[in-house]
Design a protein around this ligand. Structure first.
Ligand SMILES: Nc1nc2c(c(=O)[nH]1)N[C@H]1C(S)=C(S)[C@@H](COP(=O)(O)O)O[C@H]1N2
Ligand SMILES: [Mo]
Length: 427
């Protein structure tokens, strides 16, 4: 299923940042002074290159290790804990199908996974972009059963954290940045089922004046650098909200797991992971532009070569991963079938090359995946002798975007796209 090649995210972001700087918009719950203060705190942390983020405290979810911010078991062969998050081990995808099974799908939590009661849960729409401008305290409500009664829509979509690959800025380029040190496992593809956000917006009384839609999570407030930034939230332009965005209640044929947003999450195909708000509750629909720290302060490109207020962070970059353990052991002298996957936010993957030590050559693409959210590929290799080797893979998408040897740095370590050096040992 080809995705539209649209610069919509970058456009929206650029327009909103101009309006934000011009003071033409509200940043609900946080004022600009707080964010500027947070800015200096963040700059200090960047210099230290080691961020320790205070975690908002929430009551321990029922039946879950109270010390764990994640509800599902973190089986060590599937997932690696990273602060309040967990990244997928790529070897856990070896021999798997197109989608990532729920037990190994990465988790990105700003605080902790909340345990919500589906019967008490409501989707609450409010704001000046709806008929009669319902307020936050008297919103238009939908129960989970209401949503399930609406026409269902299904979509296979990739969700990736904008910080995926951040670790390699430090390990390969000697330029550490604050933030979660993701390897390549902050990405996954799942089959999401739910109702189109557009269907619900129209039922709630969407008007022609609406410009932005901002879903808000029901997890605890995000507190960082001594500032409470409130609930995790990020605005979407109305055009995207009406296009292919889902309110998902199922993931790979199961009801949405707690860690992935039970009972309902937003899925925004093609956009960075933060747009896909989990545990969605309130949804503001506004006739004026909306802002949050997640589109003014975080998820922007800062540093040399970027504007002072931060450059636009558009679609995800091109990446490739081998379905192999880090430092995997392979049989010396025997032919092995290397497997991997490549993906890009700008469009489907067109070409993949691998280098096992003697130059770049074409990998074989899995035909069934052409045009999809990610592309599986294979390449054969006979490790010539016992010893250490470096495997590399690089992909090119339909727009011609490819993976450079070195990713362009930015202060918060987003959008790593460099070729990753994957070490293996032949024995
Ligand atoms: N409410 C809420 N939604 C959220 C987040 C969060 O912490 N709280 N994290 C976001 C980020 S940064 C990412 S990358 C994706 C990750 O989705 P996953 O945990 O299902 O893999 O969820 C997004 N939605
Ligand atoms: Mo993310």
């Amino acid at each position: 299923m080809p995705r539209p090649l649209s610069p919509e995210e970058a456009d929206h972001d650029a327009r909103r940042s101009r309006q934000w700087l011009a003071g033409q918009a509200r940043c609900v719950g946080v004022d600009r002074g707080d964010l500027l203060e947070l800015g200096s705190a963040m700059a200090a942390l960047t210099a230290a290159a080691a961020e320790r983020e205070p975690v908002a405290v929430a009551p321990a979810p029922v039946g879950v290790d109270p010390g764990s911010p994640i509800a599902k078991p973190l089986r060590p062969e599937l997932l690696r804990p990273l602060e309040t998050n967990a990244e997928m081990h790529w070897e856990a995808m070896a021999g798997q199908g197109y989608v990532v099974p729920n037990d190994r799908f990465f988790v990105r939590n700003h605080s902790v996974t909340p345990r919500l009661d589906a019967r008490a849960w409501r989707l609450r729409l409010f704001g000046t972009g709806l008929r009669d401008a319902p307020t936050r305290d008297a919103p238009v409500e939908f129960t989970l059963d209401d949503l399930r009664r609406l026409p269902a829509a299904e979509r296979t979509a990739l969700v990736e954290c904008a910080g995926n690959g951040r670790y390699f800025f430090a390990s390969q380029q000697g330029h550490p940045t604050p933030g979660v040190a993701w390897g390549l496992g902050g990405v996954g593809v799942a089959r999401w089922r739910g109702v189109r956000l557009g269907t619900v917006l129209r039922l709630a009384g969407l008007t022609d004046d609406a410009v932005d839609v901002m879903p808000e999570g029901l997890d605890p407030d995000y507190v960082t650098g001594g500032v409470n930034l409130g609930r995790v939230r990020r605005p979407l332009p109305i055009a995207k909200a009406l296009d292919d965005v889902l309110l998902a209640y199922e993931m790979n044929g199961e009801s949405l797991p707690a860690d992935h947003g039970f009972p309902v999450r937003v899925v925004v195909p093609g956009w960075i992971g933060i747009s896909s708000i989990k545990w969605v509750g309130p949804v503001e629909v506004s006739a004026t532009p909306l802002f949050s720290p997640w589109n003014t302060h975080f998820y922007r490109m800062f540093g040399p070569g970027h504007p002072g207020e931060g450059g636009t962070l558009g679609v995800q970059s091109v990446k490739s991963a081998f379905e192999l353990a880090w430092d995997a052991r392979l049989p010396a002298g025997a032919e092995v079938l290397l497997r991997g996957r490549s993906w890009s936010g700008a469009g489907p993957i067109e070409r993949v090359e691998v280098d096992t030590g003697d130059g770049w050559r074409a990998a074989e693409l899995v035909a069934a995946d052409r045009g999809g959210a990610w592309q599986r590929w294979t390449a054969t290799w006979r490790p010539p002798a016992p010893g250490r080797f470096t495997l590399r893979a690089r992909a090119t998408d339909v727009t011609g975007a490819s993976q450079p040897d070195r990713a362009a740095p930015n202060d918060l370590g987003y959008l790593f796209d460099g070729v990753v050096h994957h070490p293996v040992t032949a024995a």
